[in-house]
Design a protein. Structure first.
Ligand code: PLP
Length: 449
């Protein structure tokens, strides 16, 4: 099975239902004996290394069922009439060591709320990573600000701090680093650059629950941090999001804005005119699911980290397989995905698509990850739009088009291989299956070409 064209969510959904492994299983009945690991690749008719599915996702228990039902029966479904969202916000803030948390309907709206609260909007420029889920681009574009990409550090898959300053102009207002795949970006460098240029920092931690930079949780290092609780996420609610922060007045603004501009704390009506706002409130049901899911987050995160370390130790010496690096300041990763780079030159020039198909056939679901989305045509749509042609000069947009070149990111998009977080939730033997499958493909690289 070739996963090349699956989006991250489709890929994660496929992994969760065990579909990829099931496809391999239907071809090969045997499991786990030595010949599976050493013989002919499954894609060429041999036996797959692994025929049972990896753990599914999401996982839930009775406590969620009972709580959701009790909310349904109470008729108190919106946060104005219940306490569940408030409870969840308190718990999540506590877990992160943040002073405050405001929940939203999803991560996209958490980011939009954070941008608004920090007064980032029309005519501003925001430095972002090109290697991210499309929502990170969309929220900047949706705020009528220019998403200015800084190239990617291919070793860590994160925004390259060395490429940020050259992209700063007099219009730059914010840096929006993404802890993509759940691996923290270099926050020391990003915060230093922000300080030097008087910029605000909004962390897109939508894939990085409980990840840490020097002992501080991802999302609590910058001015505001944003999270997603969408179905595929480590704290899955179906949909859901949160903004966290330590500045009380700023968080009052977040609260007020997400709740129709109602006055809150330091946000007061100064006249008879209402305060600008919108409705991004989380429902009580969402929070009930969140409260049950939050219980497993710590132990799951620990397991993902242990298994990720073990996997790295098993595959790091296979020629052509380059595991991701973590910056020295990372004290913990979240591992929403486990990424490595595939160097086909060391695999007898077997194309990555063939490698992915062969690995999937061995019973290890995998994907190629993000493509260079700035080439998809989206850029021209917004650059030509009424909003952007009014907010930015012709000269600025011309320069912007000229600078839409990210060679390191382009290369990474050609070499990346992702394994989903659920593959890291099993046993050490599961990780051995992954490593053995990769080794088997390397040993058979001449036959795969
Ligand atoms: C990096 C990143 N940013 C933002 C979002 C948006 O979150 P949501 O899907 O909850 O709107 C996601 C979700 O996948 C994400 O992965």
């Amino acid at each position: 099975m070739n996963n090349r064209n699956l989006t991250r969510r489709e890929f994660l959904a496929t992994v969760s239902t065990g579909t990829v492994a099931a496809v391999a299983a239907s071809r090969v009945p045997a499991y786990g004996n030595v010949s599976n690991r050493a013989g002919k690749p499954a894609i060429l008719g041999g036996q797959a290394v692994r025929t049972k599915p990896f753990p599914g996702w999401p996982v839930w228990d009775k406590s969620a069922e009972e709580h959701v039902l009790s909310i349904l029966r109470s008729g108190h479904w919106f946060r104005g009439r219940g306490e569940t969202v408030t409870q969840f916000e308190k718990k999540y803030a506590e877990l992160l060591g943040a002073k405050r948390c405001v929940c939203t309907v999803n991560g996209t709206n958490a980011l939009l709320t954070a941008l608004h609260a920090l007064d980032v909007g029309v005519g501003d420029e925001v430095i972002v990573s090109p290697y991210t889920f499309i929502a990170t681009y969309n929220v900047v574009i949706g705020s009528c600000a220019l998403p200015v990409f800084a190239d990617t550090d291919p070793e860590t898959f994160q925004i390259d701090p060395d490429k940020i300053e050259e992209r700063i102009t007099e219009r730059t207002r914010a840096i929006l680093p993404v802890h993509i795949l759940g691996l923290p970006a270099n926050m020391d460098r990003i915060m230093a650059i922000a300080k030097k240029h008087n910029l605000v920092v909004i962390e897109d931690a939508c894939q990085a629950w409980l990840a840490e930079w020097r002992g501080k949780k991802a999302g609590t290092v910058g001015d505001l941090g944003c999270f997603s609780f969408q179905n595929s996420k480590h704290l899955p609610i179906g949909e859901g999001g949160a903004v966290v922060g330590n500045d009380e007045e700023l968080m009052d603004r977040v609260w007020s804005y997400h709740n129709c501009g109602r006055p809150f704390g330091s946000v007061k009506r100064t006249s008879s005119y209402p305060i600008i706002g919108t409705n991004r409130r989380m429902t009580e049901y969402q929070a009930a699911v969140g409260l049950s899911q939050i219980k497993r987050l710590e132990s799951d995160t620990q397991r993902r980290n242990e298994n990720a370390r073990y996997l790295t130790s098993r595959i790091k010496d296979i020629p052509g397989i380059v595991p991701h690096k973590l910056y020295e300041g990372v004290t913990r990763a979240a591992y929403h995905l486990y990424p490595f780079r595939y160097k086909k030159e060391q695999f007898n020039n077997v194309p990555r698509s063939r490698f992915l198909a062969a690995l999937s056939a061995e019973g290890v679901p995998c994907s190629s990850g993000y493509g260079p989305q700035y080439r998809d045509g989206l850029m021209e749509v917004f650059l030509n739009s009424k909003n952007f042609t009014r907010a930015f000069s012709k000269a600025r947009l011309k320069k912007y088009r000229r600078e839409l070149r990210y060679p390191a990111n382009d290369r990474l998009c050609q070499e990346a291989v992702w394994l989903s977080q659920t593959l890291l939730l099993g046993s050490k033997a599961d990780i051995d299956d992954i490593a053995d499958a990769i080794q088997k493909l390397y040993d058979n690289r001449d036959k795969l070409a």
